[in-house]
Ligand binder design. Structure first.
Ligand SMILES: Cc1cc2nc3c(=O)[nH]c(=O)nc-3n(C[C@H](O)[C@H](O)[C@H](O)COP(=O)(O)O)c2cc1C
Length: 348
């Protein structure tokens, strides 16, 4: 894939002159150093983004109406069905659902369940059947199915809960100093289970987590990261977090995997914190080539994009954290419209 895109780009690439910023005598007007820098940055960005485009074209769920539901397979069918059945669940969670409603979703879910490649044991098939029978009960008999949109009971019931929660969230810090004690697999499973409660677009849950904790695996994965210098050799385990491009559709959802994946990643950090483990997110601000290397080293399929790594383990006795001071609230939060219409109104 990388070679194919590189070939295309070479064909459409700006000349060497444009890439290096050095102006040939026959190539006026001369570029300023700043223009040359910008041209190099533009070319590098276009090269990276062209590969993003190709990967989305190759792997994402196709756009279009219900017609595609009969042809989709695997994760793409899963994601399309999830979006449909979730639309019905959302309808039932409104204070006064319309009656009848869900005709389009009903049609689509019928096609999904008639698709001979659908997996009847998968969550999406189970939930699709559940919402179909809930729709029938509601539309035909006015009976509400309590299971598809149960009453919520998740809000804190007293101010102390809110205080405890704020303390819990704000006491999470990046920990980079670990004890050599291995982390029990049960803790990792529990952390990921809790993290999976993160919200995602139409509940598509495109995130994936790979945990590596053997010396051999760590030796394959960690050297591909840059940003853990000084503590990589003390990391007892590391997650590679990714998202599945196939869970997302078309150009408008191009960034959604990163957004949902970011929410999942933060939940994971909080879940690890809740279990008394230390963790530090590790950037994956890497080239497409580095991502391809990581996918190969870690056995991650081509249809996934890497979000970040998270190192985790039992904190070392007496560990320290970087202060990482937070900005004043006024730099982040604004109420309503700006005082001057042409300014953002944020503190500068
Ligand atoms: C996506 C992401 C990537 C990060 N990458 C690194 C990294 O490569 N190395 C590192 O030591 N810390 C890394 N951090 C940790 C940040 O430095 C840290 O979250 C920030 O300073 C706030 O501090 P806190 O996490 O202790 O609240 C990363 C954080 C995020 C969210």
């Amino acid at each position: 894939m990388l070679e194919r895109v590189a070939r295309k780009l070479r064909k459409a690439a700006p000349s060497k002159t444009a890439r290096t910023g050095k102006t040939a005598p026959q190539d006026p007007p001369k570029r300023t150093p700043r223009e040359a820098r910008e041209a190099r940055l533009r070319a590098a960005l276009q090269q990276e983004m062209a590969i993003d485009v190709e990967r989305i074209v190759q792997h994402s769920m196709p756009t279009g109406g219900h017609g595609k539901l009969a042809r989709l397979r695997g994760m793409k069918l899963d994601a399309a069905a999830t979006r449909l059945y979730h639309r019905v669940e959302k309808g039932f969670s409104l204070p006064e659902p319309r009656r009848p409603f869900g005709a389009q979703a009903l049609k689509g879910l019928d096609v999904v369940l008639a698709n001979d490649k659908h997996d009847p044991d998968a969550l999406y098939a189970h939930e699709s059947r559940a919402v179909l029978s809930a729709l029938e009960a509601w539309n035909e008999r006015g009976e509400r199915d309590e299971a598809v949109a149960p009453r919520g009971d998740s809000l804190p019931t007293n101010p102390l809960d809110a205080e405890t929660m704020a303390h819990f969230i704000t006491s999470r810090r990046s920990i980079r100093d670990f004890a050599p004690t291995p982390v029990a697999r049960e803790m990792i499973e529990e952390a990921v289970r809790v993290a999976m409660s993160a919200p995602s677009v139409c509940n598509r849950q495109g995130w994936r987590a790979y945990w590596f904790d053997s010396a051999e695996d760590l030796a394959r994965v960690l050297p591909l990261h840059s940003g853990s210098g000084g503590f990589a050799d003390r990391i007892p385990g590391v997650f590679v977090l990714t998202y599945d491009i196939r869970a997302f559709e078309g150009p408008h959802e191009r960034n959604q995997g990163y957004i949902d994946g970011g929410l999942f990643s933060q939940n994971l950090l909080l879940a690890l914190h809740g279990l008394g483990l230390g963790a530090v997110p590790l950037n994956w601000s890497r080239s497409q080539q580095a991502s391809a290397k990581m996918r190969a080293a870690a056995g991650i399929p081509d249809h996934e994009n890497i979000l970040m790594l998270v190192a985790a383990g039992h904190p070392a006795e007496g560990y320290r954290v970087a202060r990482s001071a937070r900005r004043p609230l006024a730099e982040v939060l604004r109420f309503g419209m700006p005082e001057k219409p042409d300014a953002s109104g944020m503190a500068t």
